[in-house]
Design a protein around this ligand. Structure first.
Ligand code: PBG
Length: 326
């Protein structure tokens, strides 16, 4: 036996109860948001080919989805709509009887135990697939803002508990806050997609939401993955404009950014575990190459350790089940 003193780190790992006793980060069902794709039409329950286990559902299947979330104790759902018709200006997004607005009313008529977060964007509703109106081949910031405001207000009117703008136009928090306040929705929080990178990890989502840009890409409005300070600038603006939550998206390749945002800003930080991150794990686990449960719990716990208070994830139902079993 060595007489040189050294640290005995293994003392605190000696048994499962000891490890449980000193554990710093714990994933909970209350941390989870489940994204849900509602599609216009009847009797539709389409599995998204690039996202096994994720479905587009029509309103007649919505109640059973909600029942399942309630049973699992998941506190929140993030709604995306897929309309039948699209046009140049994304009219379906701000139609008071649009697919998301009707879905919100249906959920709210059923339960008050589920927070309904409305994704506020036009890309699922525009024929060109971009997140605003096009002028001279690019998304026009200031012409798009009023449409995002109308979208948010109709979502709040329908009963949304939280507005989550993902369009990445400059000034969207200011404009949406003003629009909501003018209509009396001063108590509806804004969960801003403040830090949203132009990421290849959104590919499967664009299949699910049918929102692939028909020309070009989103690099003039979403952020360059190489940048860190730009994330701080974006989040600083959104805080000044009145954001109540800050989203960092994607999550896994941006853990450093999650930590910085958590350290800098005194609001709940939300990590979006995006579609590509889901599909990669699913593909590997369906092949038997990784242990799905272990991998998912490890990476979501790591997001919390990095600073996320809330996690938006397509794995939410699985995680809730695994946590119940534990
Ligand atoms: C809409 C929006 C996107 C995602 C969330 N909201 C797609 C995009 O910006 O192309 C991506 C979510 C995911 O990949 O899971 N703007």
């Amino acid at each position: 036996m060595s007489t040189t003193p050294f640290d005995r780190h293994r003392r605190l790992r000696s048994s499962s109860v000891m490890r449980r006793f000193v554990r710093e980060t714990e994933l909970q069902v209350n941390d989870l948001v489940y994204p849900l794709f509602v599609v216009e039409g009847d009797q539709i329950k389409n599995e998204v080919s690039s996202m096994p286990g994720v479905y587009q559902v029509s309103l007649d299947y919505l109640d059973e989805e909600i029942d399942e979330l309630l049973k699992l104790g998941i506190p929140s759902v993030l709604l995306f709509g897929i309309p039948k018709e699209k046009d140049e200006v994304g009219s379906g997004a701000y139609d008071p009887d649009g697919i998301v607005q009707v879905a919100i009313r249906q959920i709210k008529a059923k339960t008050d135990q589920l927070l309904v977060i409305a994704d506020t964007c036009l890309c699922e509703y525009t024929s060109h697939g971009h997140c605003g109106v096009i002028e001279h081949g690019d998304v026009d910031n200031d012409k798009s803002l009023p449409l995002h405001v109308k979208t948010a207000v109709t979502q709040a009117e329908a009963g949304a508990d939280i507005i989550a703008p993902s369009n990445m136009m400059d000034g969207f928090v200011t404009e949406i806050r003003e629009g909501l306040d003018e209509e009396g929705y001063t108590n509806i929080p804004i969960m801003s997609y403040a830090v949203k990178y132009a990421s290849a990890f959104y590919g499967p989502f664009r299949d699910a939401a049918d929102s692939t840009p028909q020309f070009g890409d989103r690099k003039t409005y979403q952020m360059d993955p190489s940048n860190r300070l730009e994330a701080i600038r974006e989040a600083t603006s959104d805080m000044a404009e009145g954001a109540d939550f800050l989203i960092v998206k994607p999550a896994l390749s941006y853990m450093d950014i999650i930590r910085e945002v958590k350290n800098e800003f005194p609001v709940p930080v939300v990590a979006y575990n995006v579609s590509g991150e889901y599909s990669m794990v699913k593909a590997a686990s369906l092949n038997g190459w990784v242990d799905e449960q272990a991998i998912v719990l490890e990476k979501l716990t790591a997001m919390k350790r990095a600073g996320a208070d809330i996690i938006i994830t397509y794995f939410a139902k699985d995680v809730a089940k695994w946590l119940q079993e534990k």
